[in-house]
Ligand binder design. Structure first.
Ligand code: HEM
Length: 245
């Protein structure tokens, strides 16, 4: 990612505890961000279940819920580049990005719960996802689960860090650096899906979503970096922020 230099901004778009962070504004943020995100992501999950045509069963929700989490994660990585393309302000603290990130974490947790069904039984059955005969599982199934576990840790960490409290405590630069774990998360999720065989069934709607997400994110980030470099190449470049992630 480019170092921290940005397009100059006129005023902070969102302040901690400011416009969208508290009180009535928080209720507005619920209506403007959270309710639509909940509705659209649930609808997307239902559509994926329908398109897959395998009927409804908890065990079959792993792919649709995983894909919904992946698409939301991709959106968090595209908000910065889109802001640059539209010449909009690209603040470090974007409530939109944080709220989409919250729904990425929510769908990830739903996906993990669903993903643990099916392969094993019993309270500690989940251990069989990672270990066999006292050794870490390193076949595709095991690697899929280790990368999934790492992705889960990162997404939960990012959710915790995305609160106003941590933003205040860590200060802008450090908070921003930690938010860049989002790229690591994306890489882990793609690896996880590949280990789970996404590229062995490329005509499946779930694999198509994965491939489309990877292409769009790489394209968006490439354009974003190019625009950012072009705008910050001159002597008037001001220290600040990068792509927003
Ligand atoms: C320990 C944690 C996790 C477990 C046990 C798990 C479990 C699974 C399982 C069982 C599948 C295969 C579904 C199928 O083929 O029917 C899968 C695929 C997938 N998972 Fe996870 N997952 C975990 C973490 C995550 C996280 C955190 C994300 C996203 C943020 C994620 C995103 C995906 C995606 C995109 C797929 C591919 C869907 C497809 O193409 O079929 N997973 N996961």
């Amino acid at each position: 990612m480019p170092p921290s230099v940005s397009v100059p901004t006129r005023r902070p778009a969102t302040r901690i505890g400011g416009t969208l962070g508290a009180g009535r504004a928080l209720r507005r943020r619920m209506l403007v961000h959270h309710v639509p995100l909940a509705a659209v992501s649930t609808a997307a999950c239902v559509v994926l279940v329908q398109v897959a045509g395998r009927g409804f069963a908890i065990g079959r929700l792993a792919s649709p819920t995983g894909d919904v989490a992946l698409v939301l994660l991709s959106v968090t990585l595209l908000i910065g580049p889109v802001n640059l393309m539209l010449r909009r302000r690209n603040p470090t603290n974007s409530y939109l990005r944080r709220d989409v990130g919250t729904w990425t974490a929510i769908w990830s947790v739903v996906h993990v719960v669903v993903g643990f069904q099916g392969h094993t039984a019993g309270a500690f059955g989940f251990v069989d996802y990672f270990v066999a005969d006292g050794r870490p599982l390193t076949n595709d199934f095991g690697m899929g689960n280790w990368t999934g576990l790492a992705a889960t840790v990162v997404v939960v960490l990012l959710l915790v860090l995305s609160t106003d409290r941590y933003m205040r405590e860590l200060k802008s630069r450090r908070w921003k650096d930690l938010q860049r774990l989002n790229y690591t998360l994306f890489g882990l999720v793609v690896l996880h899906a590949v280990y789970y065989g996404a590229l062995k069934r490329v005509t499946s709607p779930f694999s198509r979503v994965l491939i489309a997400a990877v292409i769009v994110v790489i394209l968006g980030q490439t354009i974003g970096i190019w625009l950012w470099r072009r705008r910050n190449a001159g002597p008037t470049a001001t220290p600040g922020r990068g792509l927003g992630n």
